[in-house]
Design a protein around this ligand. Structure first.
Ligand code: FE2
Length: 288
């Protein structure tokens, strides 16, 4: 079998076939996947029954794994997964579905907002790799918006205006949008804002993209309400359906995306049923 990457009809994302990512892969295959990521920004691999170990092994070929430390209100001792895997499930450490009023669930609801993974970290994420171990029967799609196309579609005056702007990102801003503001002193210190440019340039293709995220809450030098209104306008424009691919999960899908070129969100699903999604994240490089 040879690896083949096909653009998914009508969207920017690609579907990769003819490859078994649960086994070690030669360097040229990894390079071909990287090239596919540069072009499509989202790649879908079906029928890949990964374990935590094989997911780690596949992921590590694209760079260093990011640690989940500092990115959640769940204490490290209460985590269901080790720190090198982000838990995108609705489960607690005993594999029980989180109850409706659990603050860990409130925090997870932030994933319903358009965001770029770890934009709240000084070193934001390069790639995220999400493995569908138990997928939702209804809903729970992961939607991706192409931030390159969104940038290209801006008028010249807006492009000139945003050139060089720097935003502050924090988990406090994204959770604040949902009214989840009850944080401890330690959490507030952990979620200290970091600076990110509003426009990024892809290191390989040179394409510009909008670096938006629900975590973005201020623009340096702007009044806060004006910055938030503007970021909201940009997000609305950037997430029009013509820029979006909505991924309907099948069990054992692995979806990989470039956080530098896309935003994503999860759609609503029946949270009384277990949904077990595990993410490995490739650390990027500091932007500021
Ligand atoms: Fe995410």
């Amino acid at each position: 079998m040879t690896m083949n990457t096909q653009t998914i009809s009508g969207v920017f994302a690609g579907e990769v076939t003819g490859i078994d990512i649960t086994r070690p892969l030669p360097d040229e295959t990894i390079a071909a996947i990287e090239a596919g990521m540069d072009r499509h920004a989202v790649l879908v691999f079906h029928d890949q029954p990964l374990t935590d170990d094989t997911q780690r092994a596949f992921s590590r070929q694209f760079g260093e794994l990011e640690s989940a430390a500092g990115g959640h209100v769940t204490a490290v001792r209460d985590r269901r997964l080790p720190l090198d895997m982000q838990d995108a499930s609705n489960l607690d450490q005993n594999q029980n579905v989180l109850t409706r009023d659990d603050r860990r669930r409130f925090f997870n609801l932030g994933n319903r907002l358009w965001h770029s993974d770890s934009s709240f970290r000084a070193v934001p994420a390069k790639y995220s790799l999400l493995s569908g171990r138990i997928v939702a029967e209804q809903g729970g799609n992961t939607e991706f918006a192409d931030m390159r196309a969104a940038y290209d579609a801006l008028d010249a005056a807006t492009k000139a205006e945003i050139d060089g702007l720097v935003c502050e990102h924090s988990l406090m801003f994204s959770r604040g949008l949902l009214g989840f503001t009850e944080l401890t002193e330690a959490e507030i210190a952990m979620f200290r804002p970091v600076c990110q440019p509003l426009v990024r340039v892809h290191p390989v293709t040179g394409r510009k993209s909008l670096f938006l995220s629900a975590h973005g809450g201020t623009i340096i030098g702007w009044p806060v309400p004006e910055a938030r209104a503007f970021l909201r306008d940009l997000t609305e424009q950037a997430t029009q359906r013509r820029f979006v691919y909505s991924h309907r999960w099948r069990q054992h899908d692995l979806v990989m995306w470039d956080n530098r070129q896309t935003m994503h969100r999860v759609t609503r699903f029946d949270e009384s049923q277990p949904r077990d999604m595990r993410r490995t994240t490739i650390a990027g490089t500091a932007t500021a």
